[in-house]
Design a binder for this molecule. Structure first.
Ligand code: ATP
Ligand code: MG
Length: 138
């Protein structure tokens, strides 16, 4: 799994801000036992031009942290608190539409399990082309 941020888009905005900066990031999910905290106060800063690997045992929160950075956690069943900034822009609190503008232009994600990430009701080609249709009007 990786999070890729387009360096050219970033440099147009600022040279000094980290590409990705998380501060006090906590994630809670609604479960059968009520709200449960699964990520508790992550701090992470990735400077432009660097490659960072996140390592942890299974279930430690790598995927949900990445999904939070992409704004892909379901709002109805999860809560994101703290700060996630991409090139200085705060993502926590953005609307779905605002997040959709950032995804696929300034940041993107290669999902861990393609079979769970692709919808069998649509062709693979149409799902790959979706980002071009959304942003470039193809
Ligand atoms: N929708 C959800 N509702 C409740 N708990 C969740 C939800 N999604 C993830 N979790 C919990 O959050 C924790 C972190 O899961 P996550 O998938 O991020 O781990 P991971 O580090 O990516 O593991 P792996 O190395 O196996 O991929 C786990 O305890 C998981 O059960
Ligand atoms: Mg994972």
């Amino acid at each position: 799994m990786s999070i890729d941020v387009d360096k050219h888009m970033i440099s147009a905005r600022t040279e000094t801000e980290p590409v990705l900066h998380m501060e006090g990031l906590s994630l809670d999910f609604i479960t059968d036992h009520g709200w449960t905290r699964v990520v508790d106060g992550i701090d992470l800063s990735i400077p432009a031009g660097s490659i960072v690997g996140v390592v942890g045992e299974s279930g430690s929160g790598k995927t949900v942290t990445s999904l939070a950075a992409m704004g892909l956690l379901p709002a109805a069943t999860s809560k994101v608190t703290g700060s996630i900034r991409v090139a200085g822009r705060e993502l926590v609190g953005l609307t779905d539409r605002e997040l959709a503008d950032v995804r696929g232009t300034e940041m993107s994600m290669t999902f861990q399990e393609p079979r769970r990430s692709l919808d069998p009701a649509f062709s693979v080609g149409s799902q790959i082309a979706e980002v071009l249709r959304r942003h470039d009007g193809v």
